[in-house]
Design a protein around this ligand. Structure first.
Ligand SMILES: [Zn+2]
Ligand SMILES: [Zn+2]
Length: 192
């Protein structure tokens, strides 16, 4: 049994009592020290994903319902992906076509290729057709062609603003910037 351990977060070596027990780790102790773990938990709870998880796991009943719809068990550490699936309405957020829970796909608003991340504030639920049509295109370019309506386009921007905790026009401007960045890239490749 170890008597001391180095925290992978603060990199300080501390007495083993300063670490929570964690059976799934080889030495039986958490890799973060207690102080770092507390800080991590605090940050996680106030993050968007953390808040979503708390809302979702409010009651066992709600959790079971969500699991029934998804057709599999929700793990304790919910991935943003799962949250999106659970929160998805019964229609595509982009084209408003009807969606069964198992038909929901998760779109990366800014694609991986363009530096997008796998985080809650970059993921939106939509149908398979919209997801593949959009591909790497900037969200606004795609929506101008394929959104169910102008109102729906604005709803999408609003949804994104909520997820990112930013103002509507602020998000609108970033999305517009994404469109211009692609146009500039195309221009540059023609001139080359
Ligand atoms: Zn630490
Ligand atoms: Zn769609």
């Amino acid at each position: 049994m170890p008597t001391i351990k180095t925290c992978t977060k603060c990199e300080q070596t501390k007495q083993i009592a300063e670490f929570h027990k964690k059976a799934s780790n080889a030495d039986g102790y958490s890799s973060y020290c207690r102080a770092c773990q507390t800080e991590y938990n605090r940050q996680y709870k106030s993050s968007q994903v953390g808040r979503a998880v708390q809302t979702l796991s409010k009651t066992r009943y709600e959790r079971r319902q969500a699991e029934k719809e998804l057709g599999y068990e929700i793990e304790d550490t919910l991935l943003p992906f799962h949250i999106i699936m659970i929160q998805a309405k019964s229609e595509c957020l982009y084209c408003r076509s009807e969606l069964q829970p198992h038909e929901v796909t998760v779109d990366h608003v800014r694609s991986f290729r363009n530096g997008g991340t796998n985080t809650y504030d970059n993921l939106l639920p939509c149908c398979r057709r919209c997801n593949s049509r959009k591909g790497d295109k900037p969200l606004l370019s795609f929506l101008r062609q394929h959104a169910a309506s102008d109102l729906q386009l604005r709803r999408v921007v609003f949804e994104l603003a909520q997820r990112q905790g930013r103002g509507y026009y602020d998000v609108w401007r970033s999305l517009q910037d994404d469109v211009e960045a692609v146009m500039n890239d195309e221009q540059a490749s023609i001139q080359r």
